[in-house]
Design a protein around this ligand. Structure first.
Ligand code: OKP
Ligand code: ZN
Length: 345
Protein backbone atom coordinates (compact mmCIF):
# COMPACT_ATOMS: atom_id res chain seq x y z
CA UNK A 1 0.00 0.00 0.00
CA UNK A 2 1.24 3.46 -0.84
CA UNK A 3 1.55 6.12 1.86
CA UNK A 4 1.15 9.84 1.34
CA UNK A 5 3.17 11.56 4.05
CA UNK A 6 2.64 15.18 5.09
CA UNK A 7 6.08 16.56 6.05
CA UNK A 8 4.53 19.88 7.12
CA UNK A 9 3.12 18.16 10.21
CA UNK A 10 6.36 18.89 12.06
CA UNK A 11 5.69 22.65 12.08
CA UNK A 12 2.68 22.06 14.35
CA UNK A 13 4.53 21.44 17.57
CA UNK A 14 2.76 22.37 20.79
CA UNK A 15 4.73 21.76 23.93
CA UNK A 16 1.71 22.03 26.24
CA UNK A 17 -2.07 21.68 26.24
CA UNK A 18 -4.72 22.66 28.76
CA UNK A 19 -6.01 19.78 30.84
CA UNK A 20 -8.06 20.24 34.02
CA UNK A 21 -7.16 23.94 34.07
CA UNK A 22 -3.40 23.31 33.96
CA UNK A 23 -0.87 23.25 31.18
CA UNK A 24 0.37 19.68 30.78
CA UNK A 25 2.81 18.27 28.20
CA UNK A 26 1.04 17.98 24.84
CA UNK A 27 -0.08 14.54 23.67
CA UNK A 28 -0.52 15.35 19.98
CA UNK A 29 3.15 15.83 19.09
CA UNK A 30 5.36 15.54 15.97
CA UNK A 31 7.06 12.38 17.25
CA UNK A 32 3.77 10.54 16.65
CA UNK A 33 4.08 10.85 12.88
CA UNK A 34 7.85 10.29 12.99
CA UNK A 35 7.32 6.90 14.63
CA UNK A 36 4.67 5.92 12.11
CA UNK A 37 6.88 6.93 9.19
CA UNK A 38 9.73 4.83 10.60
CA UNK A 39 7.43 1.84 11.04
CA UNK A 40 6.00 2.20 7.51
CA UNK A 41 9.52 2.27 6.08
CA UNK A 42 10.82 -0.58 8.28
CA UNK A 43 7.88 -2.76 7.21
CA UNK A 44 8.44 -1.85 3.54
CA UNK A 45 4.72 -1.20 3.31
CA UNK A 46 5.15 0.56 -0.04
CA UNK A 47 6.18 3.80 -1.65
CA UNK A 48 6.03 6.97 0.48
CA UNK A 49 4.88 9.97 -1.55
CA UNK A 50 4.71 13.73 -0.99
CA UNK A 51 1.35 15.53 -1.15
CA UNK A 52 0.28 17.34 -4.33
CA UNK A 53 -1.34 20.76 -3.83
CA UNK A 54 -5.04 20.75 -4.79
CA UNK A 55 -5.63 24.28 -3.48
CA UNK A 56 -8.21 25.66 -1.07
CA UNK A 57 -11.36 24.85 -3.08
CA UNK A 58 -11.77 21.22 -1.85
CA UNK A 59 -11.45 22.46 1.75
CA UNK A 60 -14.12 25.10 1.13
CA UNK A 61 -16.51 22.33 0.01
CA UNK A 62 -16.58 21.22 3.65
CA UNK A 63 -15.50 24.18 5.79
CA UNK A 64 -16.94 27.70 5.97
CA UNK A 65 -14.68 30.09 4.05
CA UNK A 66 -14.81 32.54 7.00
CA UNK A 67 -13.50 29.80 9.30
CA UNK A 68 -10.67 28.90 6.93
CA UNK A 69 -9.74 32.58 6.58
CA UNK A 70 -9.66 32.96 10.35
CA UNK A 71 -7.57 29.83 10.82
CA UNK A 72 -5.01 30.80 8.20
CA UNK A 73 -4.35 34.20 9.82
CA UNK A 74 -5.08 33.39 13.46
CA UNK A 75 -1.58 32.87 14.77
CA UNK A 76 -0.28 36.02 13.03
CA UNK A 77 -3.16 37.97 14.63
CA UNK A 78 -2.22 36.51 18.00
CA UNK A 79 1.42 37.55 17.54
CA UNK A 80 0.41 41.05 16.38
CA UNK A 81 -1.49 41.43 19.66
CA UNK A 82 1.68 40.59 21.55
CA UNK A 83 0.78 36.95 22.08
CA UNK A 84 3.67 34.59 22.74
CA UNK A 85 3.74 30.92 21.87
CA UNK A 86 0.50 29.07 21.15
CA UNK A 87 -2.96 30.65 21.22
CA UNK A 88 -5.85 29.16 23.24
CA UNK A 89 -9.55 30.07 23.33
CA UNK A 90 -11.13 30.98 26.64
CA UNK A 91 -14.70 32.11 25.91
CA UNK A 92 -17.46 30.45 23.84
CA UNK A 93 -20.88 31.47 22.49
CA UNK A 94 -22.91 28.83 24.33
CA UNK A 95 -26.73 28.65 24.54
CA UNK A 96 -28.42 32.10 24.63
CA UNK A 97 -25.32 33.85 23.25
CA UNK A 98 -25.11 34.83 19.59
CA UNK A 99 -22.84 32.99 17.16
CA UNK A 100 -24.22 34.63 14.01
CA UNK A 101 -22.15 37.81 14.42
CA UNK A 102 -18.38 37.59 14.05
CA UNK A 103 -16.90 39.86 16.74
CA UNK A 104 -13.83 41.99 16.09
CA UNK A 105 -12.02 40.74 19.17
CA UNK A 106 -9.47 38.01 18.44
CA UNK A 107 -10.26 36.29 21.76
CA UNK A 108 -13.93 36.25 20.84
CA UNK A 109 -13.26 34.83 17.38
CA UNK A 110 -11.04 32.12 18.91
CA UNK A 111 -14.09 31.03 20.89
CA UNK A 112 -16.52 31.42 17.99
CA UNK A 113 -14.41 29.07 15.86
CA UNK A 114 -13.52 26.42 18.47
CA UNK A 115 -15.05 23.84 20.80
CA UNK A 116 -12.46 23.45 23.56
CA UNK A 117 -9.31 24.88 25.17
CA UNK A 118 -7.38 21.64 24.71
CA UNK A 119 -6.26 22.39 21.17
CA UNK A 120 -3.21 24.67 20.99
CA UNK A 121 -3.29 26.91 17.93
CA UNK A 122 0.42 26.89 17.08
CA UNK A 123 2.39 28.98 14.60
CA UNK A 124 2.46 25.98 12.24
CA UNK A 125 -1.10 24.72 12.73
CA UNK A 126 -2.50 26.12 9.50
CA UNK A 127 0.32 24.85 7.26
CA UNK A 128 0.25 21.43 8.93
CA UNK A 129 -3.53 21.11 8.61
CA UNK A 130 -3.62 22.54 5.07
CA UNK A 131 -0.97 20.08 3.85
CA UNK A 132 -2.67 17.30 5.75
CA UNK A 133 -5.76 17.94 3.67
CA UNK A 134 -3.60 18.02 0.53
CA UNK A 135 -2.03 14.69 1.54
CA UNK A 136 -5.57 13.38 2.03
CA UNK A 137 -6.64 14.51 -1.45
CA UNK A 138 -3.46 12.99 -2.90
CA UNK A 139 -4.19 9.71 -1.12
CA UNK A 140 -7.75 9.81 -2.42
CA UNK A 141 -6.47 10.08 -5.99
CA UNK A 142 -4.34 6.99 -5.47
CA UNK A 143 -7.27 5.08 -3.95
CA UNK A 144 -9.52 6.11 -6.84
CA UNK A 145 -6.92 4.88 -9.35
CA UNK A 146 -5.57 1.42 -10.14
CA UNK A 147 -4.13 1.02 -6.62
CA UNK A 148 -7.61 1.05 -5.04
CA UNK A 149 -6.19 1.81 -1.57
CA UNK A 150 -3.88 4.25 0.17
CA UNK A 151 -2.76 5.40 3.60
CA UNK A 152 -2.43 9.07 4.54
CA UNK A 153 0.11 9.76 7.28
CA UNK A 154 -0.57 13.18 8.71
CA UNK A 155 -1.19 15.12 11.87
CA UNK A 156 -2.93 16.97 13.42
CA UNK A 157 -5.96 14.65 13.18
CA UNK A 158 -9.23 15.85 11.68
CA UNK A 159 -12.40 14.13 12.85
CA UNK A 160 -13.37 16.57 15.64
CA UNK A 161 -13.13 19.64 13.38
CA UNK A 162 -16.55 20.85 12.24
CA UNK A 163 -17.56 22.97 9.29
CA UNK A 164 -16.61 26.09 11.24
CA UNK A 165 -14.70 25.10 14.37
CA UNK A 166 -11.50 23.48 15.58
CA UNK A 167 -11.10 21.30 18.67
CA UNK A 168 -9.97 17.92 19.90
CA UNK A 169 -6.52 18.57 18.37
CA UNK A 170 -8.22 18.93 14.94
CA UNK A 171 -8.41 21.88 12.51
CA UNK A 172 -9.35 20.56 9.07
CA UNK A 173 -11.60 17.51 8.79
CA UNK A 174 -9.61 15.32 6.43
CA UNK A 175 -12.19 12.51 6.30
CA UNK A 176 -14.89 15.00 5.33
CA UNK A 177 -12.66 16.66 2.72
CA UNK A 178 -11.94 13.24 1.20
CA UNK A 179 -15.58 12.12 1.23
CA UNK A 180 -16.76 15.34 -0.41
CA UNK A 181 -13.96 15.24 -3.00
CA UNK A 182 -14.92 11.65 -3.83
CA UNK A 183 -18.53 12.73 -4.32
CA UNK A 184 -17.36 15.61 -6.51
CA UNK A 185 -15.31 13.11 -8.53
CA UNK A 186 -18.53 11.24 -9.32
CA UNK A 187 -18.81 8.54 -6.67
CA UNK A 188 -22.38 8.12 -5.44
CA UNK A 189 -21.96 6.43 -2.05
CA UNK A 190 -19.08 7.04 0.37
CA UNK A 191 -18.79 5.46 3.82
CA UNK A 192 -16.65 6.76 6.66
CA UNK A 193 -15.81 4.18 9.32
CA UNK A 194 -14.31 5.91 12.36
CA UNK A 195 -12.41 3.48 14.59
CA UNK A 196 -10.63 6.15 16.68
CA UNK A 197 -11.31 5.91 20.44
CA UNK A 198 -13.12 9.25 20.28
CA UNK A 199 -16.34 9.97 18.44
CA UNK A 200 -15.77 12.05 15.31
CA UNK A 201 -18.29 14.75 16.10
CA UNK A 202 -17.11 16.99 13.25
CA UNK A 203 -17.43 14.33 10.58
CA UNK A 204 -20.84 13.24 11.86
CA UNK A 205 -22.16 16.80 11.95
CA UNK A 206 -20.94 17.65 8.44
CA UNK A 207 -22.84 14.74 6.87
CA UNK A 208 -25.71 14.36 9.36
CA UNK A 209 -28.44 15.38 6.92
CA UNK A 210 -27.02 13.60 3.89
CA UNK A 211 -27.75 10.13 2.50
CA UNK A 212 -24.70 10.03 0.20
CA UNK A 213 -22.07 9.83 2.96
CA UNK A 214 -22.65 7.25 5.71
CA UNK A 215 -20.81 7.98 8.96
CA UNK A 216 -20.29 4.98 11.26
CA UNK A 217 -18.30 5.14 14.50
CA UNK A 218 -17.42 2.96 17.50
CA UNK A 219 -15.95 4.89 20.39
CA UNK A 220 -15.74 5.56 24.09
CA UNK A 221 -19.19 6.47 25.44
CA UNK A 222 -19.56 10.28 25.40
CA UNK A 223 -21.19 10.05 28.84
CA UNK A 224 -17.62 9.87 30.15
CA UNK A 225 -15.31 10.36 27.15
CA UNK A 226 -14.38 13.29 24.91
CA UNK A 227 -16.09 14.89 22.94
CA UNK A 228 -18.91 14.42 25.55
CA UNK A 229 -21.62 16.27 23.61
CA UNK A 230 -22.09 13.98 20.60
CA UNK A 231 -21.74 10.31 19.72
CA UNK A 232 -24.76 8.69 21.36
CA UNK A 233 -26.48 5.61 19.92
CA UNK A 234 -29.71 7.47 19.18
CA UNK A 235 -28.00 9.77 16.63
CA UNK A 236 -29.14 8.17 13.36
CA UNK A 237 -29.06 11.12 10.99
CA UNK A 238 -31.74 13.69 10.15
CA UNK A 239 -33.87 14.68 7.17
CA UNK A 240 -32.58 13.01 4.01
CA UNK A 241 -29.72 11.64 6.12
CA UNK A 242 -31.95 9.72 8.52
CA UNK A 243 -30.57 6.18 8.69
CA UNK A 244 -27.16 7.14 7.33
CA UNK A 245 -25.39 7.73 10.65
CA UNK A 246 -24.56 4.98 13.13
CA UNK A 247 -22.88 5.22 16.53
CA UNK A 248 -21.69 2.38 18.77
CA UNK A 249 -20.66 4.00 22.06
CA UNK A 250 -18.87 1.57 24.35
CA UNK A 251 -18.14 2.01 28.04
CA UNK A 252 -14.57 2.97 28.89
CA UNK A 253 -12.74 -0.26 29.69
CA UNK A 254 -14.80 -2.35 27.26
CA UNK A 255 -13.36 -5.72 26.20
CA UNK A 256 -11.93 -6.48 22.77
CA UNK A 257 -14.83 -8.89 22.25
CA UNK A 258 -17.31 -6.05 22.79
CA UNK A 259 -15.28 -3.83 20.44
CA UNK A 260 -15.27 -6.37 17.61
CA UNK A 261 -18.96 -7.13 18.12
CA UNK A 262 -19.70 -3.42 17.69
CA UNK A 263 -17.46 -3.33 14.61
CA UNK A 264 -19.50 -6.20 13.11
CA UNK A 265 -22.76 -4.33 13.69
CA UNK A 266 -21.39 -1.29 11.88
CA UNK A 267 -19.94 -3.29 9.00
CA UNK A 268 -23.31 -5.00 8.62
CA UNK A 269 -24.93 -1.60 8.19
CA UNK A 270 -22.25 -0.49 5.73
CA UNK A 271 -22.55 -3.71 3.72
CA UNK A 272 -26.20 -2.81 3.02
CA UNK A 273 -25.14 0.74 2.07
CA UNK A 274 -22.59 -0.74 -0.39
CA UNK A 275 -20.13 2.18 -0.53
CA UNK A 276 -17.98 2.69 -3.60
CA UNK A 277 -15.30 4.06 -1.29
CA UNK A 278 -14.58 3.24 2.34
CA UNK A 279 -12.73 5.96 4.27
CA UNK A 280 -11.27 4.70 7.53
CA UNK A 281 -10.65 7.31 10.21
CA UNK A 282 -7.78 5.30 11.63
CA UNK A 283 -7.12 6.29 15.20
CA UNK A 284 -5.10 3.78 17.17
CA UNK A 285 -5.83 5.33 20.56
CA UNK A 286 -7.93 2.19 21.12
CA UNK A 287 -4.58 0.62 22.10
CA UNK A 288 -4.40 -0.74 25.66
CA UNK A 289 -1.34 1.40 26.37
CA UNK A 290 -2.83 4.70 25.22
CA UNK A 291 -2.39 7.41 27.87
CA UNK A 292 -5.73 9.22 27.29
CA UNK A 293 -8.06 6.38 26.23
CA UNK A 294 -9.58 3.26 27.77
CA UNK A 295 -9.94 0.37 25.33
CA UNK A 296 -7.62 -2.65 25.20
CA UNK A 297 -6.65 -3.38 21.61
CA UNK A 298 -3.13 -4.66 20.95
CA UNK A 299 -1.11 -5.76 17.91
CA UNK A 300 -3.12 -8.95 17.13
CA UNK A 301 -6.39 -7.01 17.33
CA UNK A 302 -5.07 -4.25 15.06
CA UNK A 303 -4.01 -6.89 12.54
CA UNK A 304 -7.44 -8.52 12.82
CA UNK A 305 -9.09 -5.14 12.19
CA UNK A 306 -7.07 -4.74 8.98
CA UNK A 307 -7.96 -8.24 7.79
CA UNK A 308 -11.63 -7.66 8.58
CA UNK A 309 -11.66 -4.43 6.57
CA UNK A 310 -10.12 -6.25 3.61
CA UNK A 311 -12.81 -8.92 3.89
CA UNK A 312 -15.43 -6.18 3.90
CA UNK A 313 -14.50 -5.84 0.27
CA UNK A 314 -15.07 -2.17 -0.49
CA UNK A 315 -14.02 -1.43 -4.08
CA UNK A 316 -11.68 1.27 -2.75
CA UNK A 317 -10.32 2.04 0.71
CA UNK A 318 -8.61 5.15 2.05
CA UNK A 319 -6.96 5.04 5.49
CA UNK A 320 -6.53 8.41 7.21
CA UNK A 321 -4.42 8.86 10.34
CA UNK A 322 -6.38 10.19 13.31
CA UNK A 323 -5.45 9.66 16.99
CA UNK A 324 -3.05 7.44 18.93
CA UNK A 325 -0.96 8.84 21.78
CA UNK A 326 1.21 5.97 22.99
CA UNK A 327 3.84 7.62 20.85
CA UNK A 328 6.36 4.81 20.41
CA UNK A 329 3.67 2.17 19.77
CA UNK A 330 1.61 4.10 17.21
CA UNK A 331 3.78 3.10 14.26
CA UNK A 332 3.60 -0.62 15.00
CA UNK A 333 -0.14 -0.42 15.67
CA UNK A 334 -0.87 1.41 12.42
CA UNK A 335 1.35 -0.89 10.38
CA UNK A 336 -0.38 -3.90 11.97
CA UNK A 337 -3.72 -2.63 10.60
CA UNK A 338 -2.34 -1.84 7.15
CA UNK A 339 -0.42 -5.12 6.82
CA UNK A 340 -3.48 -7.02 8.06
CA UNK A 341 -5.46 -5.29 5.32
CA UNK A 342 -2.91 -6.21 2.64
CA UNK A 343 -2.87 -9.84 3.84
CA UNK A 344 -6.64 -9.99 3.76
CA UNK A 345 -6.99 -8.68 0.18
C1 OKP B 1 -8.35 13.55 19.43
B1 OKP B 1 -8.56 12.29 18.58
C2 OKP B 1 -6.42 14.80 27.49
C3 OKP B 1 -7.55 15.68 27.02
C4 OKP B 1 -8.23 15.12 25.83
C5 OKP B 1 -9.14 15.87 23.67
C6 OKP B 1 -8.87 14.54 23.08
C7 OKP B 1 -8.85 14.65 21.59
C8 OKP B 1 -8.57 13.35 20.89
N1 OKP B 1 -5.43 15.56 28.17
N2 OKP B 1 -8.69 16.15 24.98
O1 OKP B 1 -9.85 11.82 18.56
O2 OKP B 1 -7.65 11.23 18.91
ZN1 ZN C 1 -9.02 9.85 19.42
Amino acid sequence: MKTVYNPQHAGHAATHEFFRGRLVPAFEIPARADYVLKAVQAAALGEVLAPVDHGLAPLERVHAPAYLRFLRGAHAEWRALGGEGDAFPAVWPVRSLRSDVEPQSFAARMGLYSMDSGTPLTAGAWEAAYWGAQATLSGLEIALGDERRAYVLTRPPGHHAGADFFGGYCFINNAAVAAQAARDAGLQRVAILDVDYHHGNGTQAIFYERADVFYASLHGDPQTEYPFFLGHADERGAGAGLGFNANEPLAAGSSNEAWFAALERLLGRLQVFAPELLIVSLGVDTYGGDPISHFKLDRPEFAALGERLAAFGAPRTLFLQEGGYATEAIGLNVVAVLQGFERGL
